[in-house]
Design a protein around this ligand. Structure first.
Ligand SMILES: Nc1nc2c(ncn2[C@@H]2O[C@H](COP(=O)(O)OP(=O)(O)OP(=O)(O)O)[C@@H](O)[C@H]2O)c(=O)[nH]1
Ligand SMILES: [Mg+2]
Length: 239
């Protein structure tokens, strides 16, 4: 091999080697850069979400401090299912065994801490479920922010009527009104037995965008939870 040929070959080899090394280095750099960019983007997204969440919290706090969370909520359902008893348990923490039907509507107010530090003032419209008040009922629904739709766990008929009640609420208070589906008098199940299908009640509620809760105004079980859950759902539907 002549000297000239050797030099050309050596330079060519060096060139190939240089190109390959250069390409590999470039690839590593690009990959690293990509990774670095991805990390930066992730940090930015995380920080942005944190800022958004933080801002939401501040807005909610200010809003609740200004008492803007004034919500009209309905207590509806057939007669004698326990609507008045639920609100009495919730507000006064008491229970009366004798039945006194609600004439038209009773309105009571209570502040609810639906999340730590977040308070809403509920104006609870306890609506008489007797047939005789049907003609006037729809006028009470206007402007409602949410509803507790109650049936009696010991009377199948009150459960069967709930669709009618839901249609009525939606017709007069708005199609998208948040509600919570309540099976009340849970304390009596032990004696009377279960007259409804719990899974069906649960899936009915879920299909209608709600949840199903069993309460007892007598023992107080799940009563606070029902009102708090409704309040959360109302606030979340507005955010
Ligand atoms: N054992 C038991 N009895 C209950 C419960 N809730 C209500 N009751 C009784 O059921 C009856 C009817 O209760 P109300 O709260 O007056 O029913 P309502 O739905 O307000 O009835 P209307 O005002 O007519 O629509 C009363 O005798 C209550 O004591 C409960 O959780 N357990
Ligand atoms: Mg009542």
């Amino acid at each position: 091999m002549s000297y000239f040929k050797f030099i050309t070959k050596f330079n060519g080899y060096k060139k190939i080697k240089y190109n390959t090394v250069h390409k590999i280095l470039k690839l590593i750099c690009i990959n690293k850069l990509n990774k670095l960019l991805n990390i930066i983007i992730l940090i930015l997204i995380y920080r942005k979400n944190k800022i958004i969440n933080y801002n939401n919290q501040i807005i909610r706090r200010v809003w609740s401090l200004m008492s803007s969370f004034k919500l009209k909520v309905l207590l509806t359902g057939a007669a004698a299912v326990g609507k008045t008893s639920l609100v009495q348990r919730f507000i006064k923490n008491r229970f009366q065994a004798n039945y006194k039907l609600t004439v038209g509507v009773d309105i009571l107010t209570k502040d609810v801490e639906f999340r730590a530090g977040e308070i809403a003032t509920l104006s609870i419209w306890d609506i008489g479920g007797q047939q005789r008040f049907e003609f006037i009922r729809s006028t009470f629904y206007k402007g409602a922010a949410g509803a507790l739709l109650v049936f009696d766990l010991t009377r199948e008929q009150t459960y069967a009527e709930t669709r009618k009640w839901l249609t009525e609420i939606r017709q007069f208070a708005g199609e998208s009104i948040p509600f919570v589906f309540i099976g009340n008098k849970a304390d009596l199940i032990e004696d009377v037995g279960l007259v409804i299908d719990r899974d069906e009640a649960r899936s009915f509620a879920e299909n209608e965008g709600s949840i199903y809760i069993e309460t007892s105004a007598k023992t107080g079980i799940n009563v606070d939870e029902a009102f708090t859950e409704l309040t959360k759902r109302i606030i979340d539907s507005r955010m």
